[in-house]
Ligand binder design. Sequence first.
Ligand code: SAH
Length: 253
Amino acid sequence: MQRRPGFPARLPGAAAPAPVRAAAVPAAASAVPSGVGLDSAAVRARMVSKLAAGGITSAAVLQAMAAVERHRFVDSALVNQAYEDTSLPIGLAQTISKPSVVARMCELLLGAESARAQGLGRVLEIGTGCGYQAAVLSHLAREVYTVERLRALHDKARHNLRPFRLANVHLLLGDGMVGYAKGAPYAAIISAAGGEAVPQEWCDQLAVGGRLVAPMAVASGQQMLLVIDKTPHGLKQNVLEPVHFVPLKSGIA
Ligand code: SAH
């Protein structure tokens, strides 16, 4: 049985996190941890090694996953599972996505035509949840607009993200089914909730050269990861692997 690295049951209160943009991959997963901060960096580095072994090749994505402290986004009772490759409850029957899925989707966004040419510009995320993926995206994109329909989670994400002081993350309370027209056009749109069909607004709000990544139900009822590229000649769709996301719902609650 592998020894699970220790975690504080209580997280350090207002410990000032390093400015996120300056964060780098921890030097070595084998570094001897001493103290809370290093403990968490070492266990994150181990998570990142597994992501790389699992097929994530983008250095930018791996760096972002190494930098964002996932344990700060889950309830204290779940902190010791924060770096396992599993989704975890965040309240209101919603979940924080598992790290491998967050990394996979972020890597797909970076594969967009415009992102490959000039870096990832403005991103729209549907389903802020606890704010974890928005924090990861803040390392990869110039601006992140993230919409949540549940007020309590929108507030939770604001609380979770505050200490990171991410100036490029914009938290919005609203129904992401209609996108967020004011921030459009987007270089990428990413949904953390699975619907039955891609809303027209998402396609409309995507820039040419941009990419949409979303879980969507296919004919069999199975939820699959969908990638839609907006080209000068129209939309190009690819259905990738099966996934399990919470449902996309309309309205605010
Ligand atoms: N990215 C999140 C994962 C959250 S789970 C994280 O890192 O924690 C998906 C979220 O999508 C849930 O919080 C759910 O309330 C939200 N959601 C579902 N339908 C939505 C909609 N139409 N607009 C905005 N958010 C929605």
